[in-house]
Design a protein around this ligand. Structure first.
Ligand code: ATP
Length: 226
């Protein structure tokens, strides 16, 4: 049973090298025994702009992580928490199922800066160490103000480091990871335009997308601005 367990939640529509490389670097730097990818139930979207069926997103993740013994996949959000899933509930559940494990919640900078809108978000900082993954276009420098303003004024930055400690809450680590300017939005857009997605997603995932003709007909107004 893994003692130091990383958790990367997301929509993974589709999984791409930005997810995989960040998870690999987090595992290495923080000495994690495993990183669990947790695809979520489809978040609410505009009508006609639905997220791909869970089964496809799951199958692509399976292909993407197959050769990495440190990567795992969990359907906890799909099976145990159907409908709208809240990260805090997922983390509580994992904590119950793996009482001895130390949990590390991996989250990209973009999502981190929205965390204060998540259900019972401060509890997350009591359930798991938070690992913030750098992403192009988002400034790590704002983390300090964000933490003290929105989460707790008790967070203090370690001198000369990008780790924030708190007397009662879990630590927040800012990973100095390779910044890959890749998003699922961009992958979907490229496929729809007939562009190449080679080297942006694993080869097996490229094959899966083309064989099933996924993302061919996405509507332009469904695409999130990058
Ligand atoms: P979309 O473009 O559809 O919004 P996405 O590329 O942001 O998707 P998600 O599945 O929403 O992918 O992301 C899951 C988690 O991985 C989030 O915490 C997100 O911030 C993080 N993440 C996504 N892409 C990267 C990247 N290139 N580098 C680091 N973290 C990333």
């Amino acid at each position: 049973m893994p003692q130091r367990l990383g958790i990367l939640g997301g929509t993974f529509d589709p999984v791409h090298m930005g997810h995989l490389r960040s998870a690999e670097e987090a595992a290495e730097v923080l000495n994690l025994d495993q990183v669990l990818f947790v695809p979520g139930a489809a978040p609410p979207h505009k009508p006609g702009c639905e997220v791909l069926a869970f089964e496809h997103r799951w199958a692509m993740l399976q292909l993407a992580i197959a050769e990495n013994p440190r990567f795992g996949l969990s359907d906890i959000e799909h099976k145990l928490l159907p409908g709208r899933s809240y990260t805090v509930n997922t983390m509580r559940r994992l904590k119950e199922e793996l009482p001895g494990a130390e949990l590390f919640f991996l989250v990209g900078l973009d999502a981190f800066f929205e965390i204060d809108s998540w259900f019972l978000f401060t509890e997350l900082f009591r359930l798991a160490e938070i690992v913030v993954l750098g992403r192009p276009g988002f400034n790590t420098g704002y983390i300090e103000d964000f933490l003290s303003g929105k989460v707790s004024s008790g967070y203090v930055r370690d001198p000369g480091d990008w780790t924030f400690r708190h007397p009662e809450m879990c630590s927040v680590y800012c990973l100095r990871n390779t910044r890959l300017d890749i998003s699922s939005t961009r992958i979907r857009g490229l496929v729809a335009e007939g562009g190449s997605i080679r080297y942006l997603v694993p080869r097996e995932v490229v094959g899966y997308i083309y064989e099933r003709r996924l993302y061919r007909d996405i509507r332009r107004d469904c695409q999130k601005k990058e």
